[in-house]
Design a binder for this molecule. Sequence first.
Ligand code: PEP
Length: 255
Amino acid sequence: MARQPLIAGNWKMNLNHLEAIALVQKLAFTLPEKYLAKVEVAVIPPFTDIRSVQTLIDGDKLGIKYGAQDVSEHESGAYTGEVSGPMLAKLGCSYVVVGHSERREYHAETDELVNKKVRQVLKNEMSPILCVGEALDVREAGGHVEHCTTQLINGLKGLKAEQVRQVVVAYEPVWAIGTGKVATAADAQEVCGALRQALSDKYGKEISDEIRVLYGGSVKSSNIGELVGQSDVDGALVGGASLNADEFAKLSAMA
Ligand code: PEP
């Protein structure tokens, strides 16, 4: 079964709600419907922008998806500062990024916590974009495939095969995020292929063939073509380049 490419723009902690509206308007204008039929495009703004983005995208039926950058492991309650799965679902989010390396590094998120968050996202009928990726020392020691497949399998622990179908996986080598150092297409294929094989071994080929595996790390319009040309790379999680509507539209149209 052909997998529809997904290009998701992780804005990280950038753009207030007015800037968010301006970017989505420009993106919708630059990325006509003919591309959106082929490629799924999503924006992943900070929490404070989601309501504005929802109003614009849903109100004008722009055909762009949107999501959140994180979620609480808890459903509700006394967790100051947290945002729950039901809150994000109520805002119409399709996707929630879980286990981004910046959260693993700066907020000490473990595979166990990532797994709880993945469950929250699925319970609330959204799709997690489950990020995995190795640091430079792990790659240099040759442990990158094992490291990433372990993060993947731990992140999915306890899920039924039917639930795993809803998951998007993002391979994001830590050394390539925000550094301008993109992995080669062969590097991306090696790990994305191994992640799909690990999914196949655990959940069966039919399911692994359906799951989208994205690459993330310094993706731009100049390198997206080669990356998505790989058989196991089904799109990209894009950071910096998603903050420029023209560039993000250009690379989305090339996926
Ligand atoms: C990211 O943060 O997920 C990312 C891939 O960032 P960048 O594209 O800026 O490397």
